[in-house]
Structures are given as C-alpha cells and as structure tokens.
Design a protein around this ligand. Structure first.
Ligand code: TRP
Length: 448
C-alpha cells in the first residue's frame, strides 16, 4: 500500500476548492435572511466573533485530522484512534453530508429554474404576492423541481467523478473567481440604488440593545453551516493537502473569504431591499421572492436576476460537490470500491433523497415527521443537531485525545512553519468551543 495519496495540485486550487465548499447558499441566501431577522448590524458583529472564535478553530481541528491521517472522514479516526469509538464522528459526518445533500440539491435546483425563467424573460409578476404564489406553485409541482434536481445532481456527478484534481479543483478554480466578479458587479449595482445608505445603515450599524441570546445562538449556528464544519468535509479536503501546506494560514484565508462573501451578499441585498421599501426581516423568501420583485423594477431587470441566480447556482454547486465528496471518499476508501462506482452510488442515492425532499413541498407535504415536512426535518436535524454535535466532538477529539505535541507537530509542519497562536487555539478547542457548542445544542433541543 505504498500508493501515493491524491493531493490538490496547487495552493491556489486547494484554497479555491475549500472556499468553494464554504461559500454556498448559506452565505448568499441564509446569511442575509438570518441577519435581517436578527437586527442586521448586531447580528453581523456576533456572527463575525463566532466565526473567528469557533468556526476557525473547528476548521483547524478538522484540517489536522484530515492531513495527519490522509484518509476519508471515517478512515481518519481509524488511523488516528484505532479501536476506539471516535470513528462515530466520521459516521455522523458521512450521514450528515448525505442528508444535507438531499435538501441542498432541491434549493440548488430552484436556482436553475430561476436562471431559466429570467433568461426566457418570464420572471415577472405584478406584486410580491404574485411572486410568492408563483414560487409556491413551482416548488409544490411534481415534475419541474424534480427535473432540476436531476439536472443539478447530474452536473455534480460529472464534476466529482472527474476526480479531485480534474473535477473538484479545476472547476473551483474557474467558478470561484467568476463568483467574486459577479458579487462585485451586483454589489456596485446595489450601492448605486437610491436610498442604498439606509440598507447599509441597517446592515452595518450595530444596535447593541438588540443582542440577546437568540441572536447569539442563531449567529453560532450560521457560523458553523457557513464555513462547512462539523461533519468531516474539511477532514476530507485536508486529506488531499500535501505536507507543505500552511494549514493555519489556509484556514484563516478560507474563513476570511467566506465571511467576505457573506458581507458582500449583505451589501447586495440590504440596499436593494430598503431602496424598494421592503422590510429586511423577510425570512427565507427573501431571495426567491423579494429579489426578483426588486430586480424587475430596475432597468435590465431580467439581466440582473439572471446574473444573481447564476451566482447562487455556482455557489451551490461548489458546496454540494464537497458534500458529495465526503460520502464518495468514504465509500471509495472504506469499501475499496472504484471511485467511479462510489460516485455513482452516491449520486443515485442522493438523487432519490433529493426527489423525496422536493416532493415534500407538494405531493408528500402531508408526510410530517415531528410536525414538519421532510425537507425541513433534514435541514433542522443536520444544521441544528448533527453539525454542532460533530463540531464539538472534533474539538474534544483534537483537544483531549490527541497529544498537544502531535497536534503542534502537524499544524507547524514538524516545526518548519510558525503558528504563533497555537496556545490560544489549543485552549479554545479544549475548553471554550466544547462548552459553547454544548450550550447551543442544548438550546436547540429546547433544554436550555
Ligand atoms: N457551507 C456551505 C454553505 O454555506 C454548505 C456546506 C457545504 C456545508 N459543505 C458543508 C455545511 C459541510 C456544513 C458542513 O452553503
């Protein structure tokens, strides 16, 4: 077994792939909607603190686990902690990745429908109510959304089956710069709107009186989801890092770029919202209902809608690839399946789950588990339970089970690079992160 492990080709490619995983629907759709509901500027500050303190630390703990073991999310724990229960973290991650894949592919599919609608000039309605009704009609339909799920899964399949270098790395290197260009164009357009300042005030002016426990907790959950930690995604990607990569710097870059995109998304959305006199606390319909309504009132509205939904689709694709890869790498390595076969199994099973999730808005909407439709159940269970639990366990694993020396050796590339804040990092993963995350989990379960 002296086979060389696959690695990313270049430092840039590896950062683009990791940023591609982190930047997704979470940044452009979920973040503005959470910020809007939780007081704008106040949420932003708490969110940034959470990302810097927790997101970054969990990511580094995952980077350590992945590169030290050079294995998939489950295999990593078999190597670093043989014959122990720690591999549960890996199983939790693989299952979470699969479940997130299911509902993520549905929303990703919607972005394709909206690209199609805006390209064909049909994304028009007379009022927000009509947009809402159209959105509801589309999502509860049987064939159309399912068709888009099939197409999106197929695209994902093609990228992942092309491999780590030729598929994931190469596509990210093309798509991520494109995404930044689109973000900047849309940001400038939005800032030129009349009354844009009101939106910026809402987004950047923190009203400290608005910070309460609900704001803190939702900021924490969002931080986790946004930087793709808690389920072995970064373990899997780091297993493709070569031994000379500076992991502390990489983690800082990924987290910083992810946060930058979330802030840019806010700069695009809030001025647009306030300049058309719409309340920023719209909730999840913000992107699919409010924005098309705003765009159609601007000159070249279809074009802006088109650009925006292309942006959303690209962001979704590079993220869903990483979810697919977690499960694919697991099957490929743990069952010694060919990569092709592993990819095909994940695509087919993921597709089945995606279709069920899509139908849960229509024909399966009567199927309720714990009072919610399947789509919402998967969203809740993964984002609010499995990710925080996984993140907490990874911190405990790296902080308590792994020796400080081994941790430091791996993160400093055997002492060849400096990691000045190592002591701070070690303290956070050992004490701070587990306690804070435990409080969040308990709160999500309604126990605290
Ligand atoms: N971070 C992505 C987003 O913001 C979603 C995502 C991809 C993710 N891979 C993940 C979330 C792993 C948690 C864990 O949309």
């Amino acid at each position: 077994m002296a086979q060389q492990r696959t690695t990313f080709n270049s430092k840039l490619g590896l950062i683009m792939a990791s940023v591609g995983s982190a930047v997704g629907l979470g940044n452009i759709w979920r973040f503005p909607c959470e910020a809007g509901e939780h007081g704008g500027g106040a949420f932003l500050i708490v969110y940034i603190l959470c990302v810097m303190l927790l997101g970054l630390s969990v990511m580094l703990a995952e980077f350590f686990t992945g590169r030290a073991s050079q294995k998939d999310a489950v295999g990593a724990f078999k190597i670093l902690a043989p014959n122990t229960m720690w591999k549960i973290i890996g199983y939790n991650g693989v299952i979470a990745a699969f479940l997130i894949f299911g509902f993520y592919s549905v929303v990703s599919g919607w972005t394709l429908e909206y690209i199609y609608q805006s390209a064909s000039g049909n994304l028009r309605a007379d009022s927000v109510e009509e947009f809402t009704a159209n959105f509801g009609k589309f999502t509860s339909d049987v064939f159309r959304p399912v068709l888009w799920v099939v197409i999106f899964t197929l695209i994902t399949h093609i990228v992942v089956s092309s491999g780590v270098k030729k598929g994931i790395e190469r596509s990210s290197k093309i798509m991520m710069p494109l995404l930044f260009v689109i973000l900047i164009i849309l940001g400038i357009r939005s800032l030129m709107l009349p009354n844009a300042v009101e939106g910026l005030k809402f987004f950047f002016n923190p009203d400290f009186g608005k910070i309460n426990s609900a704001v803190i907790l939702s900021a924490l959950g969002q931080a986790f989801f946004s930087v793709s930690v808690g389920m072995g995604c970064m373990i899997t990607y780091a297993s493709y890092f070569n031994k000379s990569i500076n992991m502390p710097n990489t983690a800082v870059s990924v987290v910083a770029l992810d946060t930058l995109v979330a802030v840019l998304a806010g700069i695009i959305i809030f001025p647009a919202v306030t300049s058309f006199n719409i309340s920023p606390s719209q909730g999840p319909t913000l992107v699919f209902v409010t924005l098309p309504n705003i765009f159609q009132q601007m000159p070249f509205g279809d074009l802006w809608s088109f650009i925006f939904f292309v942006l959303l689709a690209i962001a979704a694709l590079t993220s869903i690839i990483s979810l697919h890869e977690v499960v694919t790498a697991y099957l490929h390595e743990q069952y010694r399946m060919s990569r092709r076969k592993a990819t095909a199994i994940v695509s087919l099973c993921g597709l089945a789950l995606g279709i069920i999730c899509s139908l849960s808005f229509g024909v399966l909407s009567h199927v309720k588990i714990f009072g919610v439709i399947i789509f919402d159940l998967l969203d809740f269970v993964t984002a609010n339970l499995m990710l925080p639990a996984g993140g907490m366990l990874i911190c405990i694993f790296a902080g308590w089970f792994i020796s400080k020396k081994a941790l430091k050796t791996e993160l400093t590339n055997s002492g060849t690079i400096r990691f000045r804040l190592f002591a701070v990092f070690a303290f956070i993963i050992k004490y701070v992160a587990p306690v804070i995350i435990a409080l969040v989990c308990l709160n999500q379960l309604g126990l605290f």
